[in-house]
Design a protein around this ligand. Structure first.
Ligand code: ZN
Length: 315
């Protein structure tokens, strides 16, 4: 696929979605899902997490999934890293991109990784140092995510100044990209506008990505708010797979299929073939029959006489 892309959509369902799913998805099925999405035009997939398998058995096959996903031509393979040890695993594997995450909220960071925020920033600096020990062509990209930037289940709203401060510290430490996630799905478009405007102003040219959950139904509205701020990288999960450990029964990430439809309908090219993407739902459903799936476009179908953004550009 060689079409121009206006917005990069990244699949995170294999990590964010599966991490709270109690049933192990067999490695071969994960790879089938990854291959199918790459074939549908998704250019970046977070395939796993380098957390100890003792903590999340779903990721016991992290090494194999990473290595085999990297055999797919043109796909950027990323993985979540909670700490330096996770980064070492990623470096050993030669993964293309690592997504480090710390929480902007003090309480959430202490509960989640048992560290003060300053310690997490120091950890990130050590990770970047490790990466820079490698020859330039062999270095993975490193993204720094600011969990709870848009709300915390312990502290509620998080001050925008705190978000900006840690975004700048992580950028100065060497992040290639800053991700602003709505970890627990509290965000609304007005807040998204405020936080992203401030972060983007502070970071200048460094790419800023958005990671929204649709926990309270504001997911796609938040996407449009972030688009207006200039954000062109969005995380989502196929069929909105996933949930929220703090809100039992809640939905997961924004729905990849609906996100791609909305962007495409707005004339923003994602490079993703919508029909191929929607067909992958059945593949995941077959393997995990008990998993909850969401999404309007899969239910309703594409509008009659729908022309994709690419077709409209060509016309
Ligand atoms: Zn998430």
């Amino acid at each position: 696929m060689s079409m121009d892309i206006d917005v990069i959509v990244r699949e995170v369902g294999l990590r964010d979605g599966l991490q709270i799913h109690p049933t192990f998805m067999p490695t071969e099925r994960k790879l089938e899902w990854i291959r199918a999405e790459a074939a549908a035009g998704v250019s970046e997939i977070e395939v796993t997490s380098y957390v100890p398998a003792k903590l999340i058995p779903q990721f016991i096959d992290a090494e194999e999934v990473t290595v085999r996903a990297m055999e797919i031509p043109g796909l950027t393979v990323s993985a979540l890293i909670p700490n330096l040890r996770g980064a070492e695993r990623g470096l050993d594997l030669g993964v293309h991109k690592m997504n480090f995450v710390m929480s902007v909220s003090k309480t959430h960071n202490l509960k989640n990784v048992r560290r003060e925020r300053e310690e997490s920033v120091a950890d990130f600096k050590r990770i970047v140092e490790r990466i820079r020990e490698l020859p330039e062509g062999k270095r993975p990209k490193i993204c720094a995510g600011l969990a709870t930037a848009l709300g915390c289940s312990y502290e509620g709203r998080v001050p925008v100044d705190d978000v900006v401060r840690y975004a700048v510290q992580l950028a100065e430490a060497g992040a290639d990209e800053i991700a602003v996630p709505d970890t627990v799905g509290y965000a609304d478009p007005a807040q998204v506008r405020k936080v992203f405007t401030a972060v983007i102003a502070a970071l200048g040219k460094l790419p800023v990505a958005a990671h929204f959950h649709d926990t309270r139904g504001t997911g796609l509205a938040n996407v449009t708010a972030a688009l207006e701020c200039g954000v062109r990288r969005f995380d989502a999960s196929l069929a909105g797979i996933g949930g929220c450990p703090f809100a039992p029964g809640a939905t997961g990430n924004i729905v990849m299929d609906d996100l791609c439809f909305m962007l495409d309908s707005m004339g923003l090219r994602t490079g993703v073939d919508l029909e191929k993407l929607i067909a992958i739902r059945a593949l995941v459903r077959k393997t995990l029959p008990d998993i909850e799936m969401h999404g309007a476009i899969a239910r309703a179908g594409l509008p009659v006489h729908y022309k994709t953004a690419e077709q409209r550009v060509a016309a």
